[in-house]
Design a protein around this ligand. Structure first.
Ligand SMILES: [Fe+2]
Ligand SMILES: [Fe+2]
Length: 269
């Protein structure tokens, strides 16, 4: 699991540090499959560093909260202290190793990080922008993507109306614009593929693309994915169900594909 725009709290400094935390936990995972390493020793080493880096990050985050007069600063500080406590617990468990599989430590750490970012740090970002701070854009919803695409697509439409572009040229340019943006999205994740498909729906509804081009764009997205693998991704099962619903709605899967996928989800959870 890598850092993803979904985890952006919209404050550059904090996002960069969160990315580092993700990287550290990923290194922990890589260590698990490296046969040349003493796995337990390597995991212990990374975890000790993670405790240090997390402490540094929490201090930076608390300083930011202070600067922007974040109202829940004290409660958030308590959570940080608890989070460090939990890392120390994991470290203790690592020493006792045998009752756990290495990969379980990885999931433990990933949840440790993502739960806090999504539930708590995201609120700091909201307060930051409410206080006038400039947020880095996060492409979280189909409307975010649509908002990025609409101006250049409208411009192409104007160019066609003015005779600068032929209908076909306009469509080609539109498709390549949309494709380029979709290229930046990791559509192997259910929630991201859903996002892209919903964006296509919005573009269609607004009359910005033709049905036939929507079809081509959808197919191109599906070529970059594998439904079976996607159903096994470590994401909430709700995202997978939402995606299936959308795929069915677009005619990209039929009912029997859907039933099969649901069986995979249920086996995973
Ligand atoms: Fe935090
Ligand atoms: Fe944080």
């Amino acid at each position: 699991m890598v850092w993803d725009n979904d985890y952006s709290v919209g404050v550059k400094e904090i996002d960069e540090q969160h990315k580092q935390l993700f990287k550290l936990i990923e290194r922990f995972k890589t260590a698990i499959s490296d046969e040349n390493l003493d796995i337990w020793e390597e995991m212990r080493r990374i975890l000790i560093f993670l405790v240090k880096y997390a402490s540094y990050h929490f201090e930076a985050e608390e300083a930011l909260m202070q600067r922007i007069h974040y109202p829940q600063l004290d409660a958030h500080k308590v959570m940080h202290a608890t989070l460090i406590g939990r890392l120390r617990e994991v470290l203790e468990r690592l020493k006792a190793q045998k009752s756990y599989k290495p990969i379980e430590f990885y999931y433990l750490l990933m949840n440790w990080l993502t739960d806090h970012i999504l539930a708590e740090d995201s609120k700091i970002g909201n307060h930051y922008s409410a206080m006038g701070g400039e947020r880095t854009p996060a492409l979280r919803t189909a409307s975010d993507l649509f908002a990025l695409l609409e101006p250049p697509l409208r411009k192409l439409e104007m160019m066609q109306k003015n005779g600068v572009l032929s209908g076909q040229q306009k469509e080609e340019k539109q498709n390549s614009l949309i494709t380029k943006l979709f290229q930046k999205i990791d559509v192997t994740l259910p929630q991201k593929l859903l996002l892209a498909l919903q964006t296509i729906d919005l573009l269609l509804e607004e009359g910005l693309i033709l049905a036939i081009n929507a079809e081509t764009l959808r197919k191109a997205l599906m070529e970059r994915t594998n439904l079976h693998q996607m159903m096994q991704a470590q994401v909430p099962s709700q995202s997978k169900h939402d995606l299936l619903h959308q795929l069915l709605h677009c005619g990209l899967v039929d009912q029997s594909d859907c039933d099969e996928a649901v069986a995979v989800i249920e086996a995973e959870h």
